[in-house]
Design a protein around this ligand. Sequence first.
Ligand code: ASP
Ligand code: MG
Length: 451
Amino acid sequence: MITVLKFGGTSVGSPEALKRVASIIAGTEGDRIVVASAMSGVTNFLVSLVDNPSQDIEEAKEKFVNKHLSTASQLFEGEAMDAFMSEFNARMKVFEKAVLSDREDPFYRDGVLSQGERFSTLLLTHVLKGIGIDAKALTSEDAGIVAEGHPLNGSANLVKSEAGMTMNVRPLLSMGILPVITGYYGVNSDGKPLTFGRGGSDYAAAVVANAVNADMLEIWTDVDGFMSADPRIIPGAIKIDEMNFGEAAELAYFGAKVLHPRTIEPVRVKHIPLKVRNSFKPEEPGTLIHHLRKPRNDLLRSVAAKTDLSIITISSAEMAYRPAMVSKILDRIAAADTIIYSISTSLSTFAFLVSSNDVKNTLKQLNGIEGYDIERIDVKNNVALICAVGDNLLGKRGVSGDVFSAVKEANANVEMISEGASEVSLNFVVPMGQVIDVVKILHKKYIGERR
Ligand code: ASP
Ligand code: MG
């Protein structure tokens, strides 16, 4: 039995948190592999370092060192401290090299941003040693996690990562050693760190679980699990005990901030169940996400919202009869590296939903389309996508009618609808100003609240 346990930034964010996490690991039976994020605040600090080239590097380095050494000094002494320091110093050399390397290198930022995880995992490893667990800190380089893709937006190569980890990590397990691996990044074909996007340690842990064919992936965070809605909007939101992979994937992708949106895929393909749990309340069972689940009769299980989106609408007479034009548009969207959250077409319009941050780049690409008479391109800003997730939503008669009558009660205009693309979710777009009302009404009518 292999369990992969992933701990987020707050779960490793202080000496007390590190000790709590160590006892969670100690209490887990069977073979264990740990993946950790950087201590909370550290990646943001590194982002500000790469964003302000004029910043005094020595000063920044000192802050970084102090952050980790002040934590270490509260955890280790004597020989334990010496052992920690020798690995710490080696990793600091790598830190310096990354910070001082060529800023023009497209992977410069990845190299610097990946530094935080290298130190949180080191701290955790030595805390584990202190309670008698034979742990070993591994970077993603050591472990053999292989990434590919654009800077700051890598994807794991699952096949190569499995090969790498079979060579580098599995043998440790058979020797009774507990590997503690850096989250957030893998190594690209040039041997350089490539990060998986902010919050990417969840995904890295899912990649590790996939690579070793784990029996369970536990994501330990600072909330009780997946909720029926964002508790900041619905204070009485209910914790969801159990979900299937499809529901969790849609929710993570469309706005529930519990998991990095890409966490589900690497475990789903190998049928590895996943639990989301609260490291500050280990007695709570969390949310279990797995394949088979007893069907339930509730209409909705959760309502998530993704804000700061825009609709781009392209108009051209009888576009529907010119599939080559549609294909050209999609090519251009891909060239801009823009993620499409929804698409809707009619005879002469093609509308799609994107993150507002991507609008400028996307328009630049679209304006370069030649040879077709595009009449207009309109942008509607400040919209949000509501993702209503429920068991086999489409299998039930009248669900969308019910949902939309609730939306009407909130006095909201629906700008765009995507129904039928997924069996478990009904997605639609409303103006940003109406999101909270819509979520509240849907939650109240179809989910109810904790009393
Ligand atoms: N430390 C990285 C971040 O803050 C990755 C993670 O936390 O998952 O984005
Ligand atoms: Mg983090």
